[in-house]
Design a protein around this ligand. Structure first.
Ligand code: SF4
Length: 690
């Protein structure tokens, strides 16, 4: 009997907590806290409920164990790996020969950097940039907005800087529930005397810790942030030297926010004017401030504008390029930062090198040994509409569940039904798998190894702790086999002949400037990992970005504000009189495919509840526990009600883990192409027994 204690990274959220799995003969028997690893995001090894339950879903009875082929929709027969790989490769080759843009690939924020690198390499070598993943549905505006203002689209600081801040402004981010261990750094800062400002349409568990709580209407963020900037400028609370020496565009910002007086902002957001003034003063006068945000800020048709405004707010206060300050967008899934860095995105090669830049394209053409497309590919939502038009005919979905995760899910299901061919590569059956032609069983992260990048740009190595079930295989192995079967059999970076994930990370080191010094050897030796950018093997990694200059062409922060207010594209009306918003539970994760297979989590968070204000509930005769029907222009969703003052009158809030995206709006932010899942009009009715 062989017992081992294996260092892994939690496979759930973007905090990326380190822990040990105790395994006997490859079977998980427990976990241990990683108290001995210095300087990691979960100091002292603390974990949240999901982290503590981390091995439970691995033991699910319905794990996918063998490749499957559909006989008819939703009915499968087992086939061998060689049959499965051959069929997938033949079909991909067929579409690519005809027109590579008939193909769409989905990377995954729930697997390692190495398979994400490979899936985009496969798509691009086949001739298409149609590759995307669920970052499109969470932080695409963060990447677009921060890149426009600062020159790069990632967290500018680390958790340590949250702990050292004097003020923390948390907006559209139920930090305490979505990133529980990361939230400990907010608590530590508060214990030191830091002030916490929370802006959220719901009174969340995070709001309990707020010194100032701004309860704005869903989607009214532009007005709220512009109002804060307005007060800071009017009262000359901004950092004049930082603005003069390190920023451009300040005069335009002054003009643009002129109309966002506290009184105007109160009317639009529902937040009292005096609270807006107090929040602005508290934020600007603190000396060191951090802004954190998540989906509540980004999932809007104006998500990019929201992010640009936050970056501008941070910069005018001089909260960039120093410790204890910065912008900290909190990535949702544990490797969403890495999947973006690896370019599971339609517009960039690894390391955010634009596919439209001829020099970058030439580099990758020589590196991979093929001609590459310079045409920006499709995003996830665009792909579903391209299926409607017959332009996209085949999907390769690695570790994603678009039937539950995408906005306007009824339309997604309609599109999947029209596909000619779909491959689903996953660890368990999902609603998306029902539409697959071929299913490839993947090993879960703890049954596999590789590098992962958490929300603070920390790259860590997670080791294999557990044996995968049946014939399930690592994602990197599956894509490599498909790549070779397609015909990419060249040596080195020109093919897919890898023997281990370390081979792939070495290839990533060679083509991704931010990861150049993050070698497998260094990561395995240093369990605390390395923060990118890390440009050479003797570089220690980078905690704080932009100490001397920003990554824009002129090295300055490009400040921006908007004179016109934009709210949600769909506002309440007579037929749909409520404003619907979505949120998450601490014990559930994404589309719940893992957490609903974890007994302890399922027991405590078994089902969704729709939050409704007591006055609305009384008018509609609804009590907590009653079944209600929520209806939007796109679909309806039966759910139990929870009557609570956590939401404002006129607002309905639903957790989306179980399928509430049948309701949400897929109208897009024109820059980041994220759908507006955080705000749309809905109606509510009590379901009565006939
Ligand atoms: Fe895992 Fe996130 Fe919880 Fe840490 S905070 S244990 S990474 S789910």
């Amino acid at each position: 009997m062989s017992e081992r204690l294996v260092p892994v990274v939690c496979p759930y959220c973007g905090v990326g907590c380190r822990l040990y799995i105790r395994s006997v003969d490859g079977y998980p028997v427990g976990i241990e806290y990683a108290k001995d690893v210095p300087n990691i995001s979960n100091e002292l090894g603390k974990l949240c409920p999901k982290g503590n339950a981390v091995v439970e879903y691995l033991l699910a009875k319905d794990r996918l164990k063998r490749p499957l082929k559909a006989k008819e929709q939703g009915k499968f027969v087992e086939i061998s790996w060689s049959e499965a790989i051959k069929e997938v490769a033949e079909r991909l080759k067929g579409y690519a020969k005809d027109d590579p843009n008939q193909l769409m690939f989905f990377g995954s924020a729930r697997t390692f950097n190495e398979p994400n690198y490979l899936v985009q390499k496969l798509a691009r070598m086949l001739g298409t940039n149609n590759v995307d993943h669920c970052a499109r549905l969470c932080h695409a505006p963060t990447v677009t907005g921060l890149k426009a203002v600062f020159g790069a689209g990632a967290m500018t600081n680390t958790y340590k800087d949250i702990e050292e801040a004097n003020v923390i402004f948390i907006i559209g981010h139920n930090y305490a529930e979505t990133h529980p261990v990361g939230f400990r750094y907010v608590i530590k800062a508060k214990e030191r005397g830091a002030k916490v400002i929370v802006a959220d349409p719901r009174f969340t568990r995070t709001a309990w810790f707020a010194d100032i709580f701004l309860q704005h209407y869903p989607g009214s963020d532009i007005a709220l942030i512009s109002g804060l900037i307005h007060v800071i400028i009017k009262e000359r609370l901004y950092d004049e030297r930082f603005v003069r020496e390190r920023c451009v565009g300040f005069d335009e910002v002054v003009a643009a926010v002129e109309k966002f007086t506290p009184e105007f902002v109160e009317k639009v957001t529902g937040v009292p004017a005096e609270l807006i003034i107090e929040a602005a003063r508290t934020f600007a006068n603190a000396g060191k401030g951090v802004i954190t945000w998540a989906m509540g800020l980004t999932q809007h048709t104006h998500g990019t504008e929201n992010v640009k405004l936050l970056a501008t707010l941070s910069a005018i206060c001089g909260y960039q390029g120093k410790e204890g300050a910065g912008c900290a967008p909190m990535r949702g899934q544990n490797n969403v930062q890495g999947a973006c860095d690896m370019a599971a995105l339609p517009n960039v090669f690894p390391g955010y090198q634009a596919v439209t830049d001829p020099e970058k394209r030439k580099f990758f053409e020589e590196f991979w040994g093929v001609e590459l497309s310079g045409e920006v590919g499709l995003t996830t939502v665009e792909a579903a509409y391209a299926v409607d038009k017959g332009k996209v005919k085949a999907y390769y979905v690695m570790g994603e569940n678009p039937v539950i995760s995408e906005a306007n899910a009824n339309h997604v299901m309609h599109a999947l039904q029209k596909l000619e061919f779909m491959v689903v590569q996953d660890i368990v059956p999902t609603p998306t798998m029902e539409f697959a032609d071929i299913v490839l069983p993947a090993a879960a992260m703890l049954e596999n190894e590789g590098s992962i990048t958490n929300t603070e740009r920390r790259v860590q190595w997670s080791f294999q702790a557990v044996k995968p079930p049946g014939e399930a295989r690592p994602d990197w192995w599956i894509i490599s086999e498909v790549g070779k079967a397609v015909g990419f059999t060249g040596g080195g970076a020109k093919g897919f002949s890898y023997t281990c994930p370390e081979d792939i990370l070495k290839e990533i080191n060679a083509c991704t400037p931010q990861y150049r010094g993050i070698t497998p050897e260094r990561l395995k030796e240093n369990l605390a990992g390395l923060h990118w950018p890390c440009p050479s093997e003797d570089h220690p990694g980078t905690r704080v970005l932009y100490r001397d200059k920003f990554l824009t062409p002129d090295g300055k922060a490009h400040l921006v504000a908007f004179s016109e207010y934009k709210g949600p594209v769909e506002m309440p009306d007579e037929k749909y009189p409520f404003l619907l918003t979505t949120h998450r539970y601490v014990g559930q994760y994404h589309t719940a495919t893992m957490t609903m297979r974890s007994d302890s989590l399922k027991k405590r968070w078994p089902e969704p509840y729709a939050e409704i204000h007591p006055q609305d509930a009384a008018r509609l005769g609804i009590k907590t526990g009653d079944w209600i029907k929520i209806e939007t222009r796109r679909g309806f969703y039966p759910i139990k009600a929870k009557v609570t003052k956590a939401v404002k009158k006129g607002v309905i809030a639903v957790p989306w883990h179980w399928g509430a995206n049948v309701l949400t709006n897929d109208a897009l932010d024109p820059y980041a192409k994220i759908p507006e899942t955080k705000a749309c009009a809905c109606n509510v009715a009590k379901i009565t027994e006939e």
